[in-house]
Design a protein around this ligand. Structure first.
Ligand code: FAD
Length: 309
């Protein structure tokens, strides 16, 4: 067993690292646990154009690395490859279990984000890593000069599609809804490209191939007709699932599993706060995650002042 931390932060993405900057600057004894290496979703995003202060945009990995350095500079202890599996509360103490260690703290900031949802069609599991990908920035270079499909026309789909353009011969975007949900600026940029083709109101039926992917089958939801499109790669962006299971019984969630909090980011359990993409809300962006983390860190300070007096 280790000593008792003032605060344990779960997740080393933008939300968790921002919370760490604030709690460490408050001289709170802070431990951040990250299941992989720090970075979160931005670590696999090529260019972030809407984080203020970087007028030319900034590579996502580099941006979050700076967050990490900043947190460490103020004294945050970071433990990577430490996945939180279980949290228990006993009075004012919170017990946090990873696969290998048990830690104790007086407060917890949950910033565990979300993971990409599967589209759930035949061939998706079978060809994962052999033509099916959830990260265009990571896998784009493998598709140089090839035809690919992007499933989902929200911000993630279009942004990652844009990152693919410099490698691929063509992109067929497939969207279940009759319209695109992405920011207008992204829609305009991608529509201008000669390499893009949009199938709105179409349902992905299957991903087909032998050793690797060689086509997809889609259905036109208006006519009911289906067709096969030759592609070598399929990039899936159809939403996310929150990483909130390890808090079962301690927090309220919405029907999708996102954690409900009050405006101080407090969950229904004293001492436990939730911020960033794992929190129930409408807008999921880095600036929002950072703002919520700031609020939670200040709420934690106030909570600790109260219980330690
Ligand atoms: C393709 C794509 C492009 C995007 N582009 C932009 C953009 O241009 N601008 C913008 O503002 N936003 C963008 N976003 C959204 C942005 O990435 C998120 O809003 C932001 O990353 C949320 O930060 P977070 O810290 O809450 O979650 P995440 O970034 O998801 O970080 C959560 C971290 O928690 C860790 N974790 C999860 N479970 C556990 C556990 N049990 N124990 C320990 N650690 C755990 C994860 O490994 C991860 O590192 C994009 C998202 C995607 C998918």
């Amino acid at each position: 067993m280790n000593g008792i931390y003032d605060v344990i932060i779960v997740g080393g993405g933008p939300a968790g690292l921002t919370a760490a900057v604030y709690t460490s600057r408050e001289m709170l004894n802070t431990l951040l646990l990250e299941k992989d290496i720090c970075g979160g979703l931005p670590a696999s995003t090529n260019l972030i154009e809407n984080y203020p202060g970087f007028s030319e945009g900034m590579n996502g990995k580099e941006l979050v690395n700076r967050f990490k350095k900043q947190a460490e500079r103020f004294g945050t202890k970071i433990s990577e490859f430490s996945e939180v599996k279980k949290v228990e509360v006993s009075g004012e103490k919170i017990k946090v279990q990873t696969g290998k260690e048990v830690y104790f703290s007086y407060s917890l900031i949950v910033a565990s984000g979300s993971i990409p949802k599967k589209v759930g069609v035949r061939g998706e599991e079978e060809f994962k890593g052999r033509g099916v990908s959830y990260c265009a920035t990571c896998d784009g270079p493998f598709y140089r000069g090839k035809d690919v499909a992007v499933i989902g026309c929200g911000n993630s789909g279009l942004q990652e599609g844009e990152a693919l353009l410099k490698y691929v011969k063509s992109i067929t975007f497939v969207e279940f809804l009759p319209f695109m949900n992405a920011e207008k600026i992204l829609q305009e940029r991608l529509k201008k490209s000669e390499k893009t083709n949009f199938l709105l109101n179409h349902k992905l039926l299957s991903i087909n191939g032998e050793e690797t992917v060689n086509s997809i089958t889609v259905e036109d939801r208006t006519s009911g007709e289906s067709k096969e499109i030759k592609v070598s790669g399929v990039f899936v962006y159809v939403g996310f699932l929150p990483n909130s299971k390890f808090l079962e019984g301690l927090v309220d969630t919405d029907k999708s599993g996102y954690i409900k909090t009050d405006e101080d980011m407090k969950t229904r359990t004293d001492g436990i706060y939730a911020v960033g993409d794992v929190r129930s809300k409408k807008v999921r962006q880095i600036t929002v995650a950072c703002g919520e983390a700031t609020v939670a860190a200040i709420s934690v300070r106030e909570y600790l002042n109260k219980i330690k007096r």
